[in-house]
Design a protein around this ligand. Structure first.
Ligand SMILES: CC(C)(COP(=O)(O)OP(=O)(O)OC[C@H]1O[C@@H](n2cnc3c(N)ncnc32)[C@H](O)[C@@H]1OP(=O)(O)O)[C@@H](O)C(=O)NCCC(=O)NCCS
Length: 168
């Protein structure tokens, strides 16, 4: 790898370079007997959409360390489109918090509704599974700055919760 390529990989990157979008059409195999999307399938798609943003920012392999609490706000039916938008909220050292927001779109009624929002933490690793430091992220818009601040608070809550579980 040239020095120029190395410096491109090590520079801080704006949040916008991590933004990813994934669209799925809900098929019968994704649904329960009531024709509603399975929660587990949506969790899988959330994990993939989150990983895309983490890969784009870190330019590295990543593993999912945790997924925060998830609510499913409205049912999603067979034939609906599911749109998942993700971006990196904040980088710590080897880990990153990624936000994923999920929308359902019905192309017949032209209706679009918020289904779920999730925060995931990914850790960058090399091919042997050793953790790697991640380049800093630069929030630019007001929303990005708000999510950046929120990510630090959520990390403290996660750490306190992990410590509490270890004591039990
Ligand atoms: C995630 C993992 C790499 C953390 O490794 P570890 O040896 O526990 O490392 P540490 O405790 O030193 O933590 C390393 C980083 O991960 C973060 N982390 C660890 N556990 C975490 C959790 N449950 N939630 C959020 N972040 C977590 C730490 O805060 C730290 O972040 P930082 O470097 O930015 O400060 C390790 O637990 C692992 O490999 N888990 C399996 C991952 C996996 O298989 N995922 C599903 C398939 S992709």
């Amino acid at each position: 790898m040239s020095d120029d390529d190395k410096s491109k990989l090590s520079r801080p990157r704006p949040v916008r370079e991590s933004i990813s979008e994934m669209t799925e059409i809900v098929l019968p195999n994704d649904a329960n007997p009531l024709n509603a999307l399975l929660g587990g399938r949506l969790m899988h798609w959330i994990d993939l959409a989150g990983a895309m943003a983490a890969h784009r920012h870190s330019r590295a392999y990543v593993v999912t360390a945790s997924i925060d609490h998830l609510d499913f706000l409205v049912p999603v039916r067979v034939g609906d489109f599911v749109i998942l938008r993700s971006s990196v909220n904040r980088v710590f050292h080897t880990s990153m918090e990624v936000g994923v927001k999920v929308w359902v779109e019905n192309y017949r009624s032209e209706e679009s509704r918020h289904v779920s929002s999730a925060y995931l933490t990914f850790v960058a690793v090399d091919i042997a599974g050793n953790r790697l430091p991640v380049v800093p992220i630069v929030p630019e818009t007001e929303d990005e700055k708000r999510r950046y601040e929120g990510a630090a608070r959520r990390r403290e809550i996660r750490r306190a919760e992990t410590a509490r579980r270890k004591r039990c």
